[in-house]
Design a binder for this molecule. Structure first.
Ligand code: CDT
Length: 344
């Protein structure tokens, strides 16, 4: 048995007028609730500290306000003044966190690269042990070329992630050594002392099976994925609206759930999927925060569209059944026939 209590820290809307101080207070309060319920890992949404700003056409000066300037050596994210209270609080409570933010990475030639990023902070080691930059950026560069593009300008504001999908271990998250495996051959899982193997995705990434499979092939046991997903097109978005808002939102939720449940099952991993939800200054974001089991079932899901902690105690040993049987990749995959996936 490799038990661990984990939590999805769903956040309600962050409006343009909300101060950073107020947002940090909400996030720290979610951490307090997690501590009360014995959670050791809390996952926050994509771009958790701000409104989903890629919905707006912004000047460079306006845009700069949303970013954390991060230089991995001298200014790692957890020391950035605007976010430090969250990391400090996680350390005090002994809770690991995964949190999304807008990363501005200074370059030597006075320019910078911007990414839609997330980090995994290990409270045990007081270090960032995982970092991911969103690979699949939805939307458009030019807001005038696509209907509804004003809602989604991620391609304009971010570079595509350049770190790939690096799985990592979360030190000390689960007590005790790895038990004898049930015929599991995958060295990515059998190696090591039982620290869980974690992968991170950001929002649109969850719709791409390739992203999950790259983690699956590294033996991933928990995928953490924060998101901001438009619930339905508003009338002034310029998009074709051929469904009622209620129908549209139901379909958005369906696709979200299909993606997370299907890919958790097919890669025999838990997933912690966390929304920023509610209406941000009138822009509706879908909910659907949920913790998914490796057999594809939803273990626990949010009941509101507000700040809400969704907590579950999971047994990582539940990953072994799929990893050792139906999805024993080494025995059953046929990569010699999958070339087209990387050629096109
Ligand atoms: N933030 C983000 O990636 N949102 C996208 C919207 C794409 S339109 C279906 C998402 O996949 O949820």
């Amino acid at each position: 048995q490799r038990m661990v209590t984990v939590a999805a820290a769903q956040m309600g809307p962050v409006h343009l007028a909300d101060s950073r101080e107020a947002v940090l207070k909400r996030m720290c309060s979610l951490l307090d609730q997690a501590a009360d319920q014995g959670a050791l890992l809390v996952v926050f949404p994509e771009l958790a500290f701000t409104t989903f700003f890629p919905r707006y056409l912004l000047t460079p000066e306006e845009l700069a306000r949303y970013f954390e300037v991060e230089d991995a050596q001298s200014h790692p994210i957890e020391h950035s003044r605007n976010v430090k209270p969250l990391f400090d609080h996680a350390r005090r409570l002994g809770i690991d966190i995964c949190v999304g933010y807008a990363e501005r990475s200074p370059q030597t030639n006075d320019s910078h690269n911007d990414y839609n990023s997330c980090v995994y902070y290990s409270a045990q080691t007081q270090k960032i042990v995982g970092k991911y930059r969103k690979v699949h950026l939805p939307g458009a560069v030019n807001p005038y070329t696509a209907p509804g593009a004003f809602q989604q300008l991620e391609k304009r504001y971010f570079r595509a992630g350049d770190l790939g999908f690096p799985a990592f271990r979360a030190p000390g998250l689960v007590q005790g050594a790895l038990k004898k495996e049930n015929g599991l051959k995958d060295p990515a899982v059998t190696a090591g002392k039982g620290d869980p193997i974690i992968g991170m995705l950001i929002c649109n990434d969850r719709r791409w099976p390739e992203a999950w499979r790259v983690y699956g092939l590294q033996g991933v046991e928990i995928v953490c994925c924060g998101y901001n997903t438009t619930a339905f097109a508003t009338k002034d978005s310029g998009e074709m609206v051929d469904m009622s808002p209620e129908e549209a939102e139901e379909e958005v939720l369906l696709h979200h759930k299909l993606s997370c449940q299907g890919n958790s099952y097919m890669n025999s991993c838990f997933s912690i999927n966390v929304a920023k939800t509610g209406a941000e200054d009138g822009n509706p974001l879908v909910g659907g925060t949920m913790i998914v089991h490796p057999n594809g079932h939803i273990i626990k899901e949010a009941e509101t569209k507000e700040d809400e902690l969704v907590v579950a105690t999971i047994n990582l040993a539940d990953c072994y059944r799929g990893k050792g049987k139906t999805f024993a990749f080494a025995r059953h995959r046929r990569p010699e026939h999958y070339g087209v996936i990387v050629e096109r």
